[in-house]
Design a protein around this ligand. Structure first.
Ligand SMILES: [Zn+2]
Length: 267
């Protein structure tokens, strides 16, 4: 019996342990995409039905264009490097919600939304690409899956996602939204951890560069974000962060590699 359990744990741990593309960090995530993506897609649709789409055409085009360009470039890059399994079942979507909240998020499977409140800080399609790269990075690195695994265990115990969805749909949806930093109510949002944020910053920089957006915009964007936030920092972007100075110096450390991607993308 004991032997069986040990073998089971080893197999389970092996399957649950994956590597994040580009940074090669090992991570543990228990939730298969076959269960996660259907829940994500219906929750995202519900949310879009309950919110109003922005009527600002220029901002909407920044979100759509940067989303399409970066997601395509990331797909090509992952395929070239034998990592396309990460994208299995993805169905990209890029929306802008009419709401003054300063936030953006990416749900599992590439379901992205920006709130209008962040657009004046983005200032342009290039600035939007900084946030888009960061959000796509959270998705590609499966940060939400890691957090969702923790949230499920903490709140519902060791149940499978499909059982949780069936038996406690509202709680499960809330765990999902919380894990992915979705929403306009900062009070209930759990921000991503520092290490997730730093990883999303680094990958986001590479992703925007792969798509031909000048990565040198990123430190400028985060300067504007820091200046804007004053006392009430939006959790997805600032509250768990290492100091703003650390963020900028981390970005500058990753800049030479990002510039290589950027220069290659323009050939
Ligand atoms: Zn983030």
């Amino acid at each position: 019996m004991k032997k069986f359990v040990v073998v089971f744990i080893i197999i389970f741990a092996f399957q649950a342990c994956k590597k994040v593309p580009m940074t090669d960090r090992r991570q543990v995530s228990f939730i298969p995409n076959s269960q996660l993506l259907p829940l994500s897609f219906t929750s995202y649709n519900d949310m879009m039905n309950q919110t109003t789409a922005s009527s600002n055409r220029e901002w909407t085009s920044w979100v759509r264009n940067s989303g399409e360009r970066i997601s395509k470039a990331v797909e090509i890059y992952l395929k070239e490097n034998g990592n396309e399994r990460v994208l299995k079942g993805f169905d990209w979507e890029f929306n802008l919600i009419a709401d003054p909240t300063v936030n953006a998020f990416c749900m599992p499977g590439g379901k992205i939304a920006f709130y209008e409140g962040i657009m004046p800080i983005c200032q342009s399609e290039l600035g939007t690409a900084v946030v888009m790269g960061h959000e796509i990075a959270h998705a590609i690195a499966n940060h939400g899956g890691e957090r969702m695994s923790q949230g499920l265990i903490q709140q519902l115990g060791a149940v499978s996602l499909s059982a949780a969805t069936r038996n406690q749909p509202e709680t499960t949806k809330n765990i999902l939204f919380t894990a992915y930093g979705v929403g306009s109510n900062f009070g209930v949002m759990m921000p991503f951890s520092r290490s997730h944020e730093s990883e999303a910053d680094e990958l986001g920089l590479y992703f925007m560069a792969l798509a031909g957006y000048d990565p040198r915009e990123a430190p400028k964007f985060w300067d504007r974000m820091a200046a804007n936030s004053g006392g009430g920092a939006p959790p997805e972007f600032l509250s768990t962060h290492p100091s703003h100075r650390t963020r900028i110096s981390d970005l500058n450390n990753a800049m030479p590699k990002a510039m290589e991607y950027y220069n290659r993308s323009r050939k």
